[in-house]
Design a protein around this ligand. Structure first.
Ligand code: C5J
Length: 223
């Protein structure tokens, strides 16, 4: 593999130095992806997210082969809810609230089965897993320090959901100076129209928050 690769992205192609690039996979957890978890308690059709799994798996395999840094994130809270703001726990009228017992353990709580990453994308021992209490992966986590330690300047970002945790993380990363390439078919939303608009918001205005590319374009650049 060459040291750099050019991804056919929108709004323009982007050339990345692979030694300064990490793959960040956002919240591919059973709590969002499977029936009985946090996503479904909010009234969502979780089957909408399944389409992102195969494209992410393909990019993850290529990135592992290429030896890039891989970061997985998980949204969730401590068992005593000390890191869960009441404003988040009390919000809306879900069928089960954060911390309530559900079919995959307590909803959105670290260490419970529902909090874990789906088997298809399970992290290797050598990969980094960031536990985050918020929507953005930089808020109240060690992510910034880890990326600095590895000299990372570019992020390939995918996961769920497009308009919530993916967009929040990309906006946080953009303000911190990272070039973010969002993998369009490696993201998904419970609301297909939010997915479309979430991607448009990133790449509009000359790429105001970053770049957007299909997984096939990322794979081609990595080959
Ligand atoms: C949400 C996320 N949607 N991972 N979390 O609450 O996007």
């Amino acid at each position: 593999m060459a040291d750099t690769g050019t991804i056919a992205a929108e709004p323009a192609p982007i050339t990345l130095d692979w030694s300064k690039t990490a793959l960040v996979i956002i919240d591919m957890q059973r709590d969002f992806m499977e029936p009985g978890g946090f996503g479904e308690t909010l009234g969502n059709d979780v089957s909408q997210l399944a389409r992102a799994v195969q494209p992410i798996a393909a990019v993850l395999a290529a990135v592992r082969e290429a030896g890039l840094l891989v970061v997985h994130t998980r949204e969730g809270h401590l068992p005593d809810l000390s890191d869960a703001p009441p404003a988040k726990v009390e919000r809306g009228a879900p069928s089960l609230r954060i911390g309530d017992p559900g079919p995959m353990g307590r909803i959105l709580i670290r260490g419970e089965a529902g909090h874990d990453i789906i088997p298809e994308l399970y992290p290797l021992e050598s990969e980094i897993v960031i536990d985050k209490p918020g929507k953005g992966a930089f808020y109240a986590t060690e992510l910034s320090d880890i990326l600095s330690k590895y000299g990372i300047e570019n992020l390939l970002v995918c996961g769920v959901t497009t308009e919530v945790c993916v967009n929040t993380t990309v906006r946080e990363a953009n303000d911190r100076g990272y070039r973010c390439v969002v993998i369009s078919d490696g993201c998904a939303s419970y609301f297909p129209e939010f997915h479309e608009m979430g991607l448009k918001m990133i790449k509009a205005q000359g790429g105001i928050f970053g770049w957007v590319a299909e997984s096939a374009a990322v794979l081609k650049a990595l080959a």
